[in-house]
Design a protein around this ligand. Structure first.
Ligand SMILES: Nc1ncnc2c1ncn2[C@@H]1O[C@H](COP(=O)(O)OP(=O)(O)OP(=O)(O)O)[C@@H](O)[C@H]1O
Ligand SMILES: O=P(O)(O)OC[C@H]1O[C@H](OP(=O)(O)OP(=O)(O)O)[C@H](O)[C@@H]1O
Length: 307
């Protein structure tokens, strides 16, 4: 695909074309005011207000394209970057806070292996062949060293069975003794009668760039905008009045990112305070402010910001 030749003046930005990361990526683009119109079934869309072309690719291919410099920027999972062995070929610019999951070794709850050592010489189904091979090569070597079979014909090797989806069905179908697959809530794993015995890696979606992007300044601009969108999702803005004598305690509760903004009121014994606070903890923050006598506590959503 010679996209660079066809689109010489634009930065190429790869977005997962479907799957778990797709809709969160579209929200990020909207929040960053990256406007585009994607024609039905077309995997390239020109951005209207910036010299960017979006390229919609499978999440699993994005790290390879970015690593080899075919596209300048991309969003994919850290698991996909590791599977493509692209960690050294891309720059991870930003963790995006969504697509959080763990890549785990899973075995049947009933009569399954007790540890990964017990899986040596058995069959493992996965769509993460590269990561699983590296992991089980080490386990095989460790067990062989302990048994004194290293380098002999008696050394057991774990067999990897590639499956492209519905990996969790492999044990029940008799295809494998264990699997390597992603876990988030654990519902898929439990429904398949499996449990995890080891986490190989933790992952979330990341913004990655090629080592030599064609438009480095634009990479920084997009990174700044996306950072702002993520911060806006993470923080809310709080505003309250508090007696000046409690300002020190109030500042400890709402320290802000640099420092809170403190404004005088007509009543000299009181001040107004405003600050960014973490959204996930905001109810506790309001309770704590109330407890020191803060009044008129108002909370505002942040539509966008630069931090
Ligand atoms: N259950 C999950 N929770 C959170 N993130 C996940 C989950 N499953 C996958 N991911 C993340 O999303 C990425 C893409 O996974 P997804 O299953 O959507 O792959 P896909 O192959 O592109 O889509 P599809 O499964 O529709 O073919 C994964 O590499 C991982 O980083
Ligand atoms: O722990 P959970 O919250 O249940 O999530 C884990 C599941 O999510 C992913 O699959 P997905 O649903 O994206 O479909 P897929 O199997 O087609 O990739 C992953 O492969 C697991 O099967």
């Amino acid at each position: 695909m010679e996209l660079i030749k066809d689109l010489p003046d634009r930065l190429l930005f790869a977005i997962p074309k479907k799957g778990r990361l797709h809709s969160a990526c579209l929200s990020l683009l909207e929040g960053a005011d990256i406007q585009f119109h994607r024609k039905n079934r077309l995997d390239i869309a020109l951005v209207k207000n910036l010299p960017i072309a979006l390229v919609f690719l499978p999440a699993g291919d994005i790290a390879k394209f970015v690593g080899e410099g075919n596209v300048d920027l991309g969003i994919t999972g850290q698991d996909m970057v590791a599977e493509a062995e692209a960690q050294d070929k891309v720059t991870e610019i930003l963790e995006l806070g969504f697509g959080k999951c763990r890549l785990c070794v899973q075995v049947p709850v009933k009569n399954g292996a007790a540890s990964v050592d017990d899986l040596v010489g058995k069959r493992i189904a996965t769509s993460f062949e590269g990561i699983s091979k590296n992991f089980f090569d080490e386990v095989d070597a460790k067990v062989a060293a302990a048994n004194g079979t290293a380098g002999t014909d008696a050394q057991k090797k774990t067999e990897l069975v590639f499956v492209s989806g519905s990996v969790e069905a492999a044990c029940a179908l008799g295809l494998a003794d264990g699997i390597v697959d992603l876990v988030e809530s654990g519902e898929t794993m439990q429904a398949a009668g499996l449990h995890d015995i080891v986490t190989i890696l933790s992952s979330q979606a990341v913004l990655i760039a090629s080592k030599k992007p064609s438009h480095p300044d634009l990479v920084q601009t997009i990174a700044g905008r996306i950072k702002g969108v993520i911060a806006a999702q993470k923080y809310v803005y709080i505003n309250y009045n508090v007696e000046r004598k409690h300002l020190k305690e109030a500042t400890l509760i709402t320290p802000g990112r640099q420092a809170p903004t403190v404004s005088p009121l007509e009543n000299p014994e009181w001040v107004a305070v405003s600050s960014m606070v973490l959204k996930h903890n905001v109810a506790q923050t309001m309770d704590d402010l109330e407890a020191i006598g803060a009044r008129d506590i108002l909370l505002f959503a942040i539509q966008n910001c630069r931090v």
